[in-house]
Ligand binder design. Structure first.
Ligand SMILES: C[S@@+](CC[C@H](N)C(=O)[O-])C[C@H]1O[C@@H](n2cnc3c(N)ncnc32)[C@H](O)[C@@H]1O
Length: 424
């Protein structure tokens, strides 16, 4: 890790000066034009501070820069692979758009944080509340191995598929005709919709059939593609076949563009492993000090009912939502009891994150404001308390304004903790 006088020279530049007047010589880099907020400039500066001595490596991995030494960055090309509904450069690029999911975090922010942590080579990164897989996709594109854990099987499926798509080719996906694939997955839906008299037997028979597709990555991809259509059908009444077909066309374009990009640029992609599991029990899943970094956004307490959004998909996959809720952080109990449970669960999760992280390494949690009974809950302060109890020190806080919902200004906090080493 680089930390010397010259590095601090760049860190000491006022951030507003960066935004208004660009970056001081002698570093020849250009920020993306849409880097306009203070928190982004802060993150841009943090990632550069770690890598400015090796600008060629930085060109391959940076998040907020369009050019390095007069050449376009890898992120410029990656974020040009635009997904459905993408506005600007910031969130829906590559496979990030594939499957609707609320409460994703900003991919660029995650990438900049990985860079600032200085992860490289054999280092392993963990996201214990992986959700839709944002962390894993970003780690993969810069050649860092990563692990994701989530209690919800829909999340592990989507995280896995969105990463594996980066290894697949359009030929592999097109091997089985799409009509046949649709029919294969749709038969089960017919059962779920009650078009059969004995649903249990019907589903069991389907499950005992040989799989239509032998490559498990392609099979899971199509399963998610079908669930995507099911979501469109559930929420906007788009006919299933139309949704399936449109999304498949769109994702094939993404895969094709990334295939071309891999030929044009010399990518080293990281390995990804996704596990269904409980973030409160990480030390049962991984050896102590297994990871060189953690980046995660735990559930926002009572703010988003992750299960409710996925009921259609859970029922399709025969997963009992009531059983699942019992282990979901932020959804256990009602009213005040739910808040107490949330704090208890997060306290345990911090302890577990501390156990599986190497000393002197960083654990970043991103958490937003939540209002309950018209009062703002002190969640980020609670996180700081839990983290310190677990053996971390607070290294930095970055506050990100969010305009959304009813256009009220809220904040999200990027809390950067460092694990205390035995020497501290
Ligand atoms: C805010 S979301 C994460 C979003 C993610 N950062 C992204 O970009 O998609 C929180 C996730 O925590 C998961 N979760 C809830 N309880 C959990 C538990 N006990 N163990 C692991 N994951 C859990 C939820 O299923 C949800 O996917």
């Amino acid at each position: 890790m680089v930390k010397d006088q010259e590095t601090t020279m760049y860190m000491a530049e006022p951030i507003m000066d960066w935004i208004l007047n660009g970056i001081p010589e002698p570093v020849n880099v250009k920020l993306f034009d849409d880097v306009g907020s203070i928190y982004e400039a802060q993150l841009a500066k943090m990632e550069l501070s770690r890598w400015w001595r090796d600008l060629e490596a930085f060109r391959r991995r940076c998040a907020y820069f369009e050019e390095v030494n007069g050449e376009k960055t890898f992120h410029y090309y990656i974020s040009n692979i635009r997904g459905k509904g993408q506005i600007g450069r910031t969130n829906q690029y590559l496979t990030h758009w594939f499957y609707p999911y609320k409460a994703k975090f900003h991919p660029q922010m995650v990438k900049a944080l990985i860079n600032w942590m200085g992860l490289r080579g054999e280092d392993r990164l963990l996201d214990p509340f992986v959700g839709s897989g944002t962390t894993l996709i970003e780690a993969k594109t810069i050649g860092i191995d990563s692990w994701g854990v989530d209690i919800n099987p829909i999340c592990t499926l989507m995280s896995r598929v969105k990463c594996e798509l980066l290894d697949l080719t359009t030929e592999m996906i097109k091997e089985v005709p799409r009509e046949k694939v649709f029919h294969y997955f749709n038969r089960k839906m017919r059962g779920v919709l009650g078009k059969t008299s004995n649903l249990e037997l019907y589903v069991k028979n389907l499950e005992n059939e040989p799989k239509l597709i032998s490559d498990d990555r392609v099979y899971c991809f199509y399963q998610l593609c079908y669930l995507y259509a099911l979501s469109d059908y559930t929420y906007i009444k788009k006919p299933l076949w139309e949704g399936f077909n449109n999304n498949l066309d769109a994702i094939l374009k993404t895969v094709e563009k990334f295939q071309d990009l891999k030929q044009k640029l010399d990518f080293k992609l990281g390995n990804v492993k996704v596990l269904e599991g409980d973030a409160r029990k990480l030390s049962e899943m991984f050896p102590r000090e297994y990871f060189a970094g953690i980046i995660t956004s735990p559930p926002y307490s009572i703010a988003v009912d992750y299960i409710k959004n996925d009921l259609h998909a859970l029922s399709y996959l025969n997963i009992n939502a009531d059983t699942l809720v019992k282990d979901m952080v932020g959804l256990r109990g009602k009213g005040d009891e739910r808040i107490d449970n949330y704090y208890k669960d997060m306290r345990n999760s911090f302890k577990e994150m501390n156990k599986v992280l190497q000393p002197d390494r960083y654990c970043v949690t991103i958490i937003g404001d939540v209002t309950y009974k018209e009062k703002k809950l002190p969640i980020h302060q609670k996180y700081i308390e839990f983290a310190q109890e677990a053996g971390f020190i607070l290294d930095k806080i970055i506050r990100r304004p969010i305009l959304g919902g009813y256009a009220r200004l809220r904040y999200e906090y990027v809390l950067i903790f460092k694990k205390i080493s035995d020497a501290d």
